[in-house]
Write a protein that binds this ligand. Structure first.
Ligand code: CA
Length: 618
């Protein structure tokens, strides 16, 4: 975004001071582009970028705003100014003069806006929500005119699985009713910020501008109005943010402030992607450094969060987006990869401004203990606390993708799920784990389970009835397929009906195949029911060790008791319920909320082959 609110006036005073003239100084941008009055933290650090701006000294005469310090770095095109903003200040524009010697060479004005009412009290997402994850380039193309925006190097090519397909924020807006119709309550989009990269730019994880919406997806103003529209429809919005890396085409790489901002190597050095090196008591320094400081990919250089100026930049960027766009949550990409103390400082700064907010960290680990390490409140032996309230539950994902395909045994089949949950004692807050069967980096769930509709329903039922915050990946509800091994483009295909001229339109009842409609209606019914059930949102969970391919758990909250029975057998089963007495108590009948069936004798419950049965006990 060209810098709008920082108005520049170059003062041609005819100065000539040791070779520096007004016309030798330039300001291209100031970040954050504006800020707010009444923030909890009264400090603000401005990054001023422009030719030789670092040779000047800043001066502010506004009495409510003072300069506490300013920092020059090795690159003269950057100047960092630390401000102290009075808690009494009203929204205003104030002037900053940039001096060389005693002479003002260039000036600008900076805006402090009024905060939204109740901004600090905003509530984040929680287990009463169901999150819908979509990739904006692949969901719906609402504006074909922006498919190949001017100034963006990669142009639209829908025939290339790894190319840009033209989806955008307008497309999401056009289909916004589909989300509440399905029954989800929160929207998480993969990153929508500018990714001006020659290829693979569609996924959004190689950012070239932390303050600008990619013009192929829309504008900052469109994103803000999309959030407002979501809020009107009762949907929360979670923004995907990245602390670990940026694009190699970002200004921080093309014209770095200081060599300390990026971890550099004589030759390309990739992360070993082994987050175990972070908590392993025997880890070598070599492995830990490779994990944390190696590049995520050739085009994604590793940011050094140890640099205090960079960390401040990232912290303020996150807070700016929360305040500017009115966000309900953040999804933190690659949580284990940035410096862990920096992540804790980042989350602490966010919760200082927004104590009731929520952040979900992508902690992609196979093991429960190592996943738990990254959640807020976990008692780690080294005392580390990330401050991130929600973490992704990959161990459960792995279990859900194997259990229903397997013959049950001591630790196989449904026991996999049972054992993952038994290890919830490790977590700071197990009710805050993010549960999912697939996402944008994983095999599509329907492919993973061999396109078996019964297993599909079992997986969905598990994440939507057990303890945690469920997440549905776009298209899972209409049985979209794809294996990660084919390439990431194949697990991120276009939602059918999102593009003008699509032969199928899965946004509509009549546009789905019979199986797709079956899956969609199942999800819709289950989600609609779940949204009304405090017992699922916050009830305690009691699980019973799987026996003979039957796994049962209960959710209990005040007077409500819900029983969920999984039958992993290929035959219908009669389940004796005597061993569940501690949960069933004096209940004598049950209602299946999905089928409407009343069961008057719950001493022995009949469950179909390969199924999950939900029962409200009365
Ligand atoms: Ca478009």
């Amino acid at each position: 975004m060209p810098f709008k609110t920082f108005c520049l006036t170059v003062l041609f005073t005819g100065l000539f001071l040791t070779g520096i003239q007004a016309q030798d100084i330039q300001i291209d941008r100031v970040e954050p582009p504006f800020w707010w009055t009444g923030m909890e933290d009264q400090g603000l650090q401005l990054l001023v970028y422009g030719h030789n701006i670092g040779l000047t000294s800043p001066l502010i005469l506004q009495k409510e705003v003072s300069i506490t310090s300013f920092t020059r770095v090795s690159n003269p095109n950057y100047l960092f100014i630390d401000l102290q903003i009075s808690s009494q200040v009203k929204p205003l524009n104030f002037r900053i003069d940039f001096l060389y010697g005693d002479s003002v060479l260039i000036s600008g004005s900076y805006e402090l806006k009024a905060r939204r009412t109740g901004s600090a009290e905003r509530k984040g997402f929680n287990a009463s929500d169901v999150i819908y994850l979509l990739m904006p380039d692949r969901f719906a193309n609402g504006d074909t005119a922006n498919d190949s925006a001017e100034g963006m190097s990669e142009k639209c090519n829908r025939s290339d699985p790894d190319g840009r397909h033209g989806g955008d924020l307008q497309g999401v807006r056009d289909h916004l009713d589909y989300l509440p119709e399905l029954g989800v309550t929160a929207l998480w989009m993969n990153p929508f910020l500018e990714n001006n990269n020659p290829q693979y730019s569609y996924h959004g994880y190689a950012i070239t501008d932390f303050y600008r919406t990619d013009p192929r997806l829309g504008t900052n103003e469109m994103f803000v109005s999309l959030v407002a529209e979501c809020h009107k429809k009762g949907l929360k919005v979670i923004m995907d943010q990245i602390l670990n890396h940026a694009s190699i085409h970002h200004r921080f790489m093309q014209d770095p402030p200081d060599e300390s901002w990026i971890h550099t190597y004589p030759e390309f050095t990739r992360s070993n992607f082994r987050a175990s090196a972070i908590m392993d008591p025997y880890a070598s320094g070599y492995d830990r450094d490779r994990m944390l400081n190696g590049w995520f990919d050739r085009h994604m250089p590793d940011l050094n969060q140890h640099d205090p100026l960079l960390l401040k930049y990232l912290i303020q960027n996150s807070i700016w987006w929360i305040e500017y766009a009115d966000l309900d949550g953040i999804r933190l990409d690659t949580q284990p990869y940035p410096d862990k103390e920096a992540t804790a400082e980042w989350s602490s700064a966010i919760f200082r401004e927004y104590p009731n907010f929520n952040i979900v960290g992508e902690a992609w680990m196979q093991q429960e203990s190592m996943t738990a390490y990254f959640q807020k409140g976990t008692q780690n032996p080294d005392g580390y606390d990330s401050g991130i309230p929600t973490v992704t539950d990959f161990p459960l994902y792995y279990a859900l993708n194997r259990s229903f395909n397997e013959k049950d045994g001591w630790s196989q089949g449904l026991a996999r799920i049972y054992l993952v949950r038994a290890q919830d004692y490790l977590y700071g807050n197990p009710a805050n784990k993010l549960l999912f069967c697939d996402n944008h980096d994983l095999n599509r769930f329907y492919s993973s389970i061999g396109k078996d509709l019964d297993q599909f329903k079992m997986g969905m039922t598990y994440i939507l009835t057990s303890t945690g915050i469920p997440m549905i990946y776009y298209g899972t509800e209409i049985l979209m397929t794809g294996f990660e091994s084919q390439g990431h483009g194949f697990i991120r295909t276009d939602f059918p009906g999102g593009w003008p001229g699509d032969s199928l339109n899965c946004f509509l009842d009549g546009g789905r195949t019979r199986d797709q409609q079956d899956a969609f209606l199942y999800m819709q019914k289950l989600l609609t029911w779940r949204n009304m059930q405090p017992v699922i949102h916050s009830g305690k969970m009691i699980q019973f060790i799987p026996e003979d391919g039957i796994y049962t758990y209960f959710r209990i909250h005040e007077e409500a008791t819900v029983m969920v029975i999984f039958n992993n057998n290929d035959q219908e089963k009669l389940v004796p319920t005597a061993r569940f007495a501690e949960c069933m108590k004096e209940c004598s009948s049950a209602l299946n909320p999905l089928t409407g069936e009343h069961i008057t004798d719950i001493g022995m419950i009949k469950v179909p082959a390969k199924s999950a049965t939900i029962l409200e006990l009365h």
